[in-house]
Design a protein around this ligand. Structure first.
Ligand SMILES: Nc1ncnc2c1ncn2[C@@H]1O[C@H](COP(=O)(O)OP(=O)(O)OP(=O)(O)O)[C@@H](O)[C@H]1O
Ligand SMILES: [Mg+2]
Length: 232
C-alpha cells in the first residue's frame, strides 16, 4: 500500500489541525498522505475517495476533514461529504447547520447541490453535511440516485472525499467503496484488532473496492520526530 511507504498521523488533538497549525508535524504528515495518494494514482484519475476503518473511532472523520483541507490548500476544488448517516460529525467539526445536507439531495427532487454545499473559508473547500439522519442509510447510499449524485459532483469538483461509518458494523462503507475510485483505510495504531482489519479488507475486496492505502493514526511521536518539527 502506498508503494510500501508507511504513512502515519501522530497522536495529538487533530480535529482541524491542518488549518489551525499548518506547520505542525501532523499537518506535514497530511501533506505526505496527499503526496502518497497522488503517487499511487499516477495512471488513473482519482476523483472520488472513501475514508473508512474497521472499527469505530479510528479517526476516519479526522482524516477525511484534514485531508480535504490539505488537498484544497494545494489549489484543488475539494468537496467533503458526510456519508456517515448514522453518527455524522462533519457539521460539528466545521460548525455548520445540518438541517439540510446529503439526505436532502437524495430525497428532495428540487434540492440543488449549489444550495446544499457549504463554501468554506479555505479557498476551494466545500462541505456537504449529512442532513437529517434517515431511517434507511444503507438503502439511500446504495440507491441509483446516490450514483447519479456522485456523477454530478464529479462534474463540479476536482476531488470528493466521503467520510463513512466503520466497515464491520454496517454495509454503508462497503456500498460507498464500490461506487468510488479509491478507498483509504484508517488504522488506529495500537488499538486496531488485526482480525478486524483483515475481515474489513475481505469485505472491501468482496465489492471490488480499490483500497489505495492505509493511514496509521495516533502513532506516538518518537523523540526523532521532533527533528521534523518546524516550530510555530
Ligand atoms: N491522531 C489522533 N490523535 C489524538 N486524537 C485523535 C487522533 N485522531 C482522532 N482523534 C480523536 O479521536 C476521536 C475519534 O476520531 P474520529 O471522530 O475522527 O474517528 P471516526 O473513525 O470518525 O469515529 P466514528 O467511527 O465514531 O465515526 C475524536 O475525538 C478525535 O479528535
Ligand atoms: Mg466519524
Amino acid at each position: 500500500m502506498f508503494r510500501n511507504k508507511k504513512v502515519t498521523v501522530s497522536a495529538e488533538r487533530p480535529s482541524l489541525i491542518t488549518l489551525t497549525r499548518p506547520s505542525s508535524i501532523i499537518a506535514e504528515q497530511f501533506r505526505t498522505i496527499r503526496t502518497n495518494i497522488q503517487f499511487s494514482m499516477v495512471d488513473t484519475e482519482l476523483k472520488t475517495l472513501v475514508v473508512t476503518s474497521a472499527a469505530p473511532g479510528a479517526g476516519k472523520s479526522t482524516v477525511s476533514a484534514n485531508l480535504a483541507i490539505t488537498m484544497a490548500m494545494q489549489g484543488k476544488s475539494v468537496l467533503l461529504v458526510d456519508t456517515d448517516l448514522r453518527k455524522p460529525t462533519v457539521h460539528k467539526t466545521f460548525k455548520l447547520p445540518n438541517k439540510e445536507g446529503l439526505t436532502t439531495l437524495l430525497t428532495e427532487k428540487e434540492a440543488v447541490i449549489k444550495k446544499i454545499a457549504h463554501r468554506m473559508p479555505t479557498e476551494g473547500l466545500y462541505v456537504i453535511t449529512s442532513g437529517i439522519i434517515p431511517p434507511n442509510p444503507s438503502e439511500l447510499l446504495a440507491s441509483n440516485r446516490m450514483s447519479l449524485l456522485i456523477k454530478e459532483l464529479e462534474e463540479i469538483f476536482d476531488l470528493i472525499i466521503f467520510d463513512t461509518p466503520p466497515v464491520i458494523a454496517v454495509t454503508d462503507a462497503q456500498v460507498m467503496a464500490s461506487k468510488v475510485d479509491g478507498t483509504l483505510f484508517v488504522i488506529n495504531k495500537g488499538v486496531a484488532d488485526k482480525e478486524m482489519v483483515k475481515k474489513s479488507k475481505e469485505l472491501l475486496d468482496m465489492v471490488h473496492a480499490n483500497v489505495i492505502g492505509a493511514v496509521f493514526n495516533r502513532v506516538e511521536l518518537s523523540p526523532d520526530t521532533y527533528y521534523h518539527y518546524y516550530g510555530e
